[in-house]
Design a protein around this ligand. Structure first.
Ligand code: ADP
Ligand code: ADP
Length: 229
């Protein structure tokens, strides 16, 4: 079963010239950790934005968690995203005037999860990600690696079908980067479906089960094509 299906997807930002992405047909299976690599301008952000429902394709179908999302209304998309997609970004995007616990609970509360249940999930995630001791701290007091752990915990609090990570180590020093790499690997081993966008081939090799390399909006290399099962 596929968590993501892209069917002949093309994205153009302007009508002249080649599309920024596609035409692209790609399936991502449940439990896969897919790294999307490629040089700047190759279409990585475009692909991520389409899968996250943050942008719409010019042509083709985008199906995530069994739902065709490219024709949903903005309102339906926002709801879909909150329930089914967790996102972690290069610069964490945490709310600095909320504690770690409140940052993590927020998406659960926004989808109507009760306070008690949200707190229980936040507690479990802090335990699992090794940040329990920072529960009452504010993000500004934490290291970069710890902040990314908080951001990942927040991304997972609604138990999304899909975790999208956009250059999650891009703002981190080497040691913190390794820490986040290990975290992604742990999540993959626990069965989480992940799409990781990264410029860093070493990160892709270390924590992805499959790598798709984009050049000029096309798949130049797909590691699963060689390791066909
Ligand atoms: P990457 O994330 O790999 O750097 P992008 O997906 O950001 O690549 O960009 C792919 C191509 O699409 C590039 O040529 C980029 O300039 C263009 N592009 C991306 N976003 C926009 C946009 N909002 N408007 C116009 N062109 C865009
Ligand atoms: P990345 O660091 O992931 O490659 P970029 O720096 O290419 O990201 O793009 C950052 C943001 O700017 C993205 O949301 C992308 O869609 C947008 N963008 C990229 N290229 C263009 C462009 N030529 N015109 C307008 N927006 C763009």
């Amino acid at each position: 079963q596929h968590v993501i299906e892209l069917e002949r997807v093309t994205k153009r930002y302007d009508s002249a010239g080649a599309p920024a992405l596609g035409p692209l047909t790609l399936g991502v299976a449940r439990g896969e950790a897919l790294a999307v690599t490629g040089p700047s301008g190759s279409g990585k952000s475009t692909l991520l934005n389409l899968v996250a429902g943050l942008d719409r394709p010019t042509e083709g179908a985008v199906i995530v968690a069994g739902r065709r999302i490219d024709r949903l209304s903005e309102h339906a998309l926002a709801t879909f995203r909150r329930r089914h997609i967790g996102m972690a970004f290069q610069f964490f995007n945490l709310l600095d005037d909320l504690t770690v616990t409140d940052n993590i609970q927020l998406p659960a509360q926004l989808t109507g999860t009760g306070r008690r249940e949200a707190a229980a999930r936040a507690g479990e995630l802090m335990e699992m990600l090794g940040i329990r001791q920072h529960a009452r701290a504010y993000p500004g007091r934490l290291s970069g690696g710890e902040r990314q752990r908080v951001a990942v915990a927040r991304a997972l609090v609604n138990r999304p079908a899909l975790l999208l990570a956009d250059e999650p180590t891009g703002a981190l020093d080497t040691a913190s980067g390794h820490d986040v790499r290990d975290l992604l690997l742990d999540l993959h081993r626990a069965g989480q479906t992940i799409v990781l966008v990264t410029h860093d081939p070493a990160l892709a090799t270390a924590c992805a089960s499959r790598t798709v390399h984009l050049v000029d909006g096309h798949v130049a290399r797909d590691s699963s094509a060689r390791a066909a099962r």
